[in-house]
Design a protein around this ligand. Structure first.
Ligand code: UDP
Length: 195
């Protein structure tokens, strides 16, 4: 797929349907090769300019989609490219609709109690299997423990919602331990799923 550079970060030219098809292939890979997805938004760009490790996590991601109109507009103005949107929430909802109970989801992030509500709602509305959950308020000293928890859960989809930058770095730095076929940094999505 075509990829362009925007503020020194990669951006893939891929729409929602294309994203869902690609992630569906990653989900069904028997080798369970880990993949990371970034849904690029202006906040991540700003954070990346202040924190080189955030920028590196975006550069190392397997897929970078345009989360919203801010990115679409920037691509048009700065690169004269029409880039479709593939927002984090639509990707997560689309995967749940397409894959239902086959999907083993780990909900990582948001305030204590919120991931529980999100997991309950997703199980009720889409029939997904809840592989595990954990709130998003822990320091780097607990990264390894949480990464192993995710790994042991056998999740096929990891939703990491711990704030722009932090969530992308966590997925990227721990990808080998996490070992989840599809890992998405998805900002407020756990809050939205919790209702
Ligand atoms: N969040 C988290 N841990 C943190 C900071 C944020 O789990 O240390 C969660 C927060 O509860 C929310 C999501 O990450 O569910 C997005 O938070 P926010 O909008 O503050 O972050 P942004 O993406 O805007 O930086």
């Amino acid at each position: 797929r075509p990829r362009l550079r925007l503020f020194d970060l990669p951006l893939d030219v891929i729409d929602l349907q294309g994203t869902l098809t690609l992630l569906g292939e990653w989900l069904s890979d028997p080798a369970r090769t880990p993949h990371t997805v970034v849904t690029l938004n202006p906040e991540i760009i700003v954070q990346s300019r202040q924190h080189p490790e955030f920028a590196q996590a975006v550069r190392d991601a397997d897929l970078v989609t345009a989360d919203g109109v801010g990115i679409v507009y920037a691509a048009k103005q700065l690169r004269q490219q029409d880039v479709p949107r593939a927002p984090g929430f639509d990707i997560v909802k689309g995967l749940m609709e397409r894959h239902g109970a086959e999907l083993r989801v780990f909900f990582l992030g948001a305030k204590p109690g919120v991931a529980e509500a999100a997991a309950q709602n997703a199980a009720r509305d889409y029939g997904v299997t809840v592989a595990g959950l954990h709130h998003g308020y822990f320091g780097p000293e607990d990264d390894g423990r949480v990464a192993r928890l995710v790994s042991e859960s056998g999740a096929t989809l990891l939703l990491t919602a711990m704030g722009a930058g932090r969530q992308e770095v966590f997925n990227q730095q721990w990808r080998g331990v996490l070992g989840v076929p599809v890992m998405i940094g998805c900002g407020g999505v756990i809050d939205v799923l919790a209702g």
